[in-house]
Design a protein around this ligand. Sequence first.
Ligand code: BG6
Length: 511
Amino acid sequence: MSHVQERTQHIGEPDISEIEQRTVRSGTITGPASMVIFGITGDLSRKKLVPAIYDLEHDQQLSPEFDLIGFARDTSDLDDVLRDSVIAHARTPFDPGVWARLRKRIHFVQGSFEDPTAFAALGSRLAQLDLLRGKPANYVFYLSIPPSAFETVCDGLAQVGLHRQEHGWRRIVVEKPFGRDLATARALGASLERTFEPSSIYRIDHYLGKEAVQNILALRFTNGMFEPLWNNRYVDHVQITMAESVGVAGRGAYYDGVGATRDVIQNHLLQLLALIAMSEPATFDADSVAAEKIKVLSAARLLGPLGRTSARGQYTTGIRDGVVLPGLTDERGFPADSATETFAALTVGVETRRWTGVPFYIRTGKRLARTTTEIAVAFTPPAGGALVSRTAPVQNVLVLRVQPDYRIELQIGAKRPGGDMDIESVSLDSDLGSVFQPARAAYERLICDVLRGDATLFPRREEIESSWRVIDPVLEYWADAAPPASYEAGTDGPDAAARMLTRAGRMWRPL
Ligand code: BG6
């Protein structure tokens, strides 16, 4: 997040005037480095990573001394695969000249994770690139692979000394899932730290790379009007919603047995909660921001009893816009008796002086009526007064919409024209997405930050473990409970989710 962080002179840092000019222009250019992607043929690499790297090159944000190395078992069609993935998924238009410039800096190493000679070949390739550059470079190892392979790859790197920081920095990037509960997350964290220093490990939560998410702290701490109200005296409750209209077809291998809570609440949605509830850090560097988020996550607890304050569901066949949508167990890759939840809703409390008594309602689901991610901070209506006693109470709600559109909305009560003092809820609405066009994709920002060594947007091990500590009790509770309730695809989720709030005299915002 911080653009003013100290610039460290790394070995391999060029003093090329072109780079300096670009740095002055953008302030975000990456340092020189070789980035090795393990899992370059996978979905994430093709849909997000390689297109993001192309976009960075397109916008002249990549150092000319950046190289990409794709490590894969089979590299025969990779050239076409990567080109097609850029054409299909890059944010910026495909420009053959830009692609040619980048393609010259893309190299492949063929081999399997279990094969020590493949790591030796990787080491030789990297050394060769350093020789061509005339100086040793920095290395990023991006593990876009299942966590079960992390240890093998770390061992392979260590065996050929690629983790050593003698001739430049070494960073490792890992993608979720970071375990399936606190115990496995701890084991995974420990295993990574056996090879890499904690400060060299970058854990991706792509939500933190979204502009609308970064704007949460900007909104809260640069506008004087919010902070005085941002506590249990004035906030009635908070709703965090991540609804998706898509299902999980084709993702059975990953999603079955994982479910919505582990997939997005443990990471994205608890990170949103932390950003909403944290106090202002002393500075906006990675350590200070992480310290404040950790305080919130360590104070977060599920509010119970869980049978009434949480809900889960699984989509069944439904109809949306006249189209028949299959149920989860009809999707490819899911067994007929799958008990995986595709919808989850929880009530979280943050037991601090600022937040005790304010429920944070979190919900997420697949195949819902529409796609939307938003945070709604609902303020306590005024308790009395001459006008309030004559009209229905107005609840001010501040909505931070993350997607599909990036906007901020404030709901206020206003007088309806006419002779009576009739009050209606109206919305002050700002479409920040069009004010600030064009935004960079989350992965562009995060890849840039790894290369620049700014870890502010990467959750620390403590944040990940605290988040598991929050959700573990409900995962254990569900493990012994009846299977998830069903809800029809294309709807707002199971009835139990609605009951969670109506019991407390509240309602979910419409999707
Ligand atoms: C991923 C989840 O982390 O986020 C997916 O694994 C989910 O299940 C995706 O669909 C949503 O990301 P976004 O950026 O489209 O909201």
